[in-house]
Design a protein around this ligand. Sequence first.
Ligand code: GLY
Length: 566
Amino acid sequence: MKNSYKNLIYLLLAIFATWQAWELSRDNTNGAVSSTSKIASDVGIDILQQGGNAFDAIVATGFALAVTSPSNGNIGGGGFLVAHTADGKSVSLDFREKAPRLSYQQMFLNENGDYDRTVALESHKSSGVPGTVNGLLKILNDYGSGKLTLEEILAPAIHYAENGFIVNTTTAYSFNAYRDQFGKDDGTKKIFIKENEWTNGDVIVQKDLAKTLRLIAQFGNKGFYEGETADLIVEEMNKNGGLITKQDLLDYDSVYRAPVVGTYKDHTIISMGPPSSGGALVIQMLNTLENFDLKSMKRNSTEFVHLLTETQRLAYADRATHLGDPDFWNNPIEMLTSKEYAKERLTLISMNTATPSSEIAHGTWKDKESVETTHYSVMDKKGNVAGITTTLNLSYGNKKVVDGAGFLLNNEMDDFSSKPGVGNAFGLIGFDANAIQPFKRPLSSMTPTIVLNSNNEAILTVGAAGGARIITAVLQILVSILDHGLEIDEAIDTPRTHSQWLPDQIFYEKESLSKKTIQELKELNHTLEPAKYSIARSHGIQLKNGKFITGSDKRGSRDGNQASTY
Ligand code: GLY
C-alpha cells in the first residue's frame, strides 16, 4: 500500500515535469496561428510542430475552418492570400470566385429594372464559381515545406467532419440565429438544423463534407472541380436555376497577382490588389494620414475621427469608379497608391468642417492615365508570414448546401455592381469597373495585410471580416499599432468608426465616441449613426521582441481568444 502510494506520487511528479517542459516549449517564440476557431488554430499549430512551415499550417487551418466555421471558412467560396516568405519575397494569390459563363449584366434586375436583393443574395444564381480549394492547393504546392503530404494536411479537417466537433457558444448562437433561413433549403436543413436549439457542447457531424474533403485529399484539384463533387455542384445548380456549369468548374484557376506595396513612415505595407479594393485603399488612406501628426491626436477624439472620415470619404469615392477585376479593367493602382496623388486629394480635406459626399467625386490625375468573411494568419519562426481572408460573402453565403457534398455556396455575385449607383448588400455602389460580366471576379474589400519594419522584417499580419468595413478596420488597427504604440490585441479591441463616402454618414461602435465627441463631430457637419452591427471582426499576429502576440476580435465571439501560439 505504501509503495503504491509512492508510485502514484512519482507518476504525478513525472506528469507535472512533462507538463512544465511542454509549457516552457510554448513560449510564444515558435509560431502563431490566429483564426476565428480555436480548433482550426490548433490544427495549424500542430502542423508547425510537425515541422511544417507557415504555408502548410495556413492550408491545414483553412481546410479545418471549412468544417469548424461553416459560416465563412467554407470551401464553397473564395479568398485572397498575402504572404511574405522567409527569403524576402512578397506574394499574393487571388482565389476569388468568378462569374459563371452564363452570367450577364442585368441578371439581378427585375422586370422594372430594379435591383432584386433576394435573387442577388438568396438564389443559386448568386453563387460565383468557388476558388478556395484551388487556391489552398496552389499555396501548399508552391510554398509548402514539402514535409507533409496533402493527406496529412487534410487529415484534421476530415477527422472533425467525419467524427464531429464540439460546438462552442458562438457557433451554437449563430446556427440558432439562422435556423429559419437554413429551413428553406433541404440540404442545409439536414446539416445545420437539429430538433432542439443548438447549445454549447453539442457535436456536429458532417459526413458529406468529410467525403468531399477525402476526395480532395485523394485527387487534389480534380477531387473538387471534376468527378463526383463537380457533378453534385452542377446537379444542385440545374435543379435550382443556378448558373455554374461543369466547364466553369474545369476552367477555374487561381491567379498570382502583384501585391500592392506602399510605405507608411518607416514601415512597408504589403496588401491585396484588385480584384480587392482593400490594399489600394489602405495604402491610399495611409498616404493621406502620413501628412498629419496622428501621434498627437487621441484615438477616437473629434479631430482623429474627423480626419479619418474625410480620408475614407475620398478613398471610397475612388473605389466606386476606379476599381474592378484587373483581367477586365485597367485599375489605376499606381495613381491611387502614390504619395503625390494623396497630396493632391488632401487639398479637399478641411479640418474645420465635413465636406459633403455629394461634393466629392472620384479623383483623376492630369498627368497619368490611368458580413461574412473571415481572416486567418500564420507566422512561423523562420520568418514566413501568410494571411488569408476568405468569404462566402454574407454569413453562410446563400444558405444553400450542395446536397451530397456537404458545403455551403457563396453569394459573391452580389459584390458586383448590379445596377450603376445602387448599393449592394454593404451599401457599396459601383459602375462599369465592377459590372457583371462572364468570367469576371467581383470587386472585394478583403484586405489581408503584412507590415515590414525598416529592416524588412515582417512584424505584423492583420485582416478582417465585415464587407466594406474591413478596409477602415484594418486602417484603424494599423494606425493604433504604428502611431499609438498599441499591441495587436489592444489595437483590435479598440472601438472603431466607419464611413465609406456613400451613405454620407459616420457609423460608430457604442463605446467608440463620447457624447461630447459626437456633439463636436455634429458641429463639424458630420451625420452620425450608431453601428447596428460590429465594425468588422479582425484577426492578426504581431511579432514583438521575438515573441508572437495574437489578436482575436471579441466582436462576434462569445468564446474568447481563438488564436494559438507555441
Ligand atoms: N464579400 C465581401 C468582400 O469580398 O468584400
